[in-house]
Design a protein around this ligand. Structure first.
Ligand code: ZN
Ligand code: FE
Length: 255
């Protein structure tokens, strides 16, 4: 089973998983690069998985559905284009013979879902849309800091080897902020150097892994005293975990 990030727009990735014959894609904001990849690989599109309702994740869904007949799956709680298998927390779907579990991860949007599953002969995959980015997280457009913290805590509990397939290449800018929060985190500095080399070669920094994100991503590390202290330097009122997380997110918004 091959996992491929198809670049779209300025910094989106449309993730494709295929077995050489059948394919699924996640969050196709644009149909054209997906149709090109299908044609190039001689692949039949079996399923379209959507994490949330934003246009840069859904813009290509209708064209792909009509031109390939693929089944569309998406969040039960959000407004989606066209016919859809509506998914809720705990649901399981089986495209390409896989077993993908649905996790409700509100915060970026109110009904945002993620897909996690084992892949035989390879590490598990997580399609997390705009909830978790490498060294960062999505903006809180519809959810509360408490919801986003709970969603990220759930994702952090997945197996360390899980390949994290984020929907945007935001890694370098997220890393600049992460280094401001934790200037002495050696894992973080090593990852930043490695990510810079990849981007100089125009290569994706993704997928990341859950294990790496737990070591470098400040939004998964707000329970650590040194991250809380960095936040409290700017916002002394941030005491409890949710307030620390909220103040960290606000700091990033202003960074
Ligand atoms: Zn979004
Ligand atoms: Fe997005």
């Amino acid at each position: 089973m091959k996992l491929i990030p198809i670049p779209a727009f300025d910094d989106n990735y449309i993730w494709m998983l295929h077995d050489g014959r059948r394919a699924l894609v996640v969050d196709p904001g644009d149909a054209d690069p997906v149709l090109a990849a299908l044609q190039q690989g001689g692949l039949a599109l079996e399923a379209i998985l959507v994490t949330h309702h934003h246009g840069d994740h859904t813009g290509g869904v209708e064209i792909l559905r009509k031109s390939t007949g693929a089944q569309v799956c998406g969040p039960a709680l959000e407004r989606m284009p066209g016919p859809l298998q509506r998914l809720s927390d705990g649901d399981v779907i089986g495209p390409l013979g896989l077993r993908l579990e649905v996790l409700l991860v509100p915060g970026h949007t109110a009904g945002h879902i993620a897909y996690w599953g084992q892949v035989s002969g390879a590490d598990p995959v997580l399609f997390c849309g705009d909830t978790l980015f490498s060294a960062g997280c999505g903006r809180l457009f519809e959810g509360t800091p408490a919801q986003m913290l709970a969603s990220l805590t759930r994702l952090a509990a997945l197996p360390d080897a899980t390949r994290v397939c984020c929907a945007h290449e935001y890694t370098l800018s997220s890393l600049r902020f992460a280094v401001a929060v934790e200037p002495d985190n050696a894992d973080l500095l090593a990852y930043q150097a490695q990510a810079q080399v990849l981007r100089q070669q125009r290569l994706p920094t993704l997928p990341s892994t859950i294990g790496l994100e737990k070591a470098v991503n400040p939004f998964l590390r707000t329970h650590l005293p040194k991250v809380a202290h960095a936040v409290q330097q700017r916002n002394p009122d941030a005491r409890d975990p949710v307030s620390v997380f909220a103040a960290l997110r606000t700091w990033k918004d202003q960074f």
